[in-house]
Write a protein that binds this ligand. Structure first.
Ligand SMILES: [Fe+2]
Length: 189
C-alpha cells in the first residue's frame, strides 16, 4: 500500500468494514481528511446498526415543523437526526453544493424528486416511499422534498449525513422559475 497521500477533496480515511453504531459513524466522519464521496456515505449508512439507546439524546419532536438534531459536524461532513410528526415536510430544495444520504430509522418517508428548467421552472418528476432501514442518496444538484406523510399515523425518525455540511439551501416552487434561499430551522420550539 502506498503511503503517499494525494491532495484531494475525496476522503481516503479507512473505516472498519463492520456494522457501524452511531458512535462508529461519528468516528468515521471525524477520521475524514476530505469530503467523503456520496457512494461512501451511502455505504456507511447501509451498514449502520444503531440502537434506540444511542439515538435517545437526539430524539425530540415539535409541533410546527420537523426538528433537526445535530450529532456531529466538521469541515467535511455533518450528521443529523431529524424527527418528524405526521404532516411535517421540508420545502422543495437542493443542497446548494452538498451531497447527502438519508436512512429511515423508523416510520415512513415520502421523497419527491423535481426537475428544473430555466424557462419552464420547476416540475414534478417522481415520488417514492422509503420505509424503515431504507437508504436514499441525493447528488448535486438533485432537487427534492422529504416528509412524513400526514396519513402515516406515526412519527418518522431519519438519519442524515451531508458533505460538506449544509449551509444555506436553495428552495423552489412548482411551476415557477424563482429560486429562493433558505436556512434550515434548528430552533427548539
Ligand atoms: Fe434534502
Amino acid at each position: 500500500m502506498s503511503t503517499h497521500v494525494e491532495p484531494t477533496i475525496e476522503s481516503s480515511a479507512e473505516v472498519p468494514n463492520t456494522p457501524l453504531s452511531l458512535a462508529g459513524l461519528v468516528s468515521a466522519l471525524n477520521a475524514q481528511r476530505g469530503r467523503p464521496r456520496l457512494e461512501q456515505i451511502y455505504e456507511w449508512l447501509e451498514r449502520a446498526e444503531i440502537t434506540r439507546e444511542e439515538l435517545e439524546p437526539y430524539l425530540g419532536f415539535k409541533e410546527g415543523n420537523y426538528w433537526r438534531h445535530r450529532v456531529c459536524r466538521n469541515e467535511f461532513a455533518e450528521m443529523l437526526v431529524l424527527c418528524w410528526r405526521p404532516g411535517h415536510r421540508t420545502p422543495i430544495h437542493d443542497h446548494n453544493g452538498s451531497h447527502g444520504v438519508v436512512r429511515v430509522y423508523d416510520g415512513v418517508m415520502w421523497e419527491t424528486i423535481f426537475v428544473f428548467d430555466d424557462e419552464k421552472g420547476l416540475s414534478y418528476k417522481s415520488g417514492r416511499e422509503r420505509s424503515q432501514g431504507e437508504v436514499t442518496g441525493s447528488d448535486i444538484p438533485d432537487i427534492h422534498q422529504l416528509g412524513n406523510p400526514e396519513v402515516s399515523g406515526q412519527n418518522l425518525i431519519t438519519i442524515h449525513i451531508y458533505a460538506p455540511p449544509l449551509g444555506v439551501l436553495k428552495t423552489y416552487k412548482v411551476g415557477s422559475p424563482e429560486v429562493d434561499l433558505y436556512t434550515p430551522d434548528d430552533s427548539q420550539s
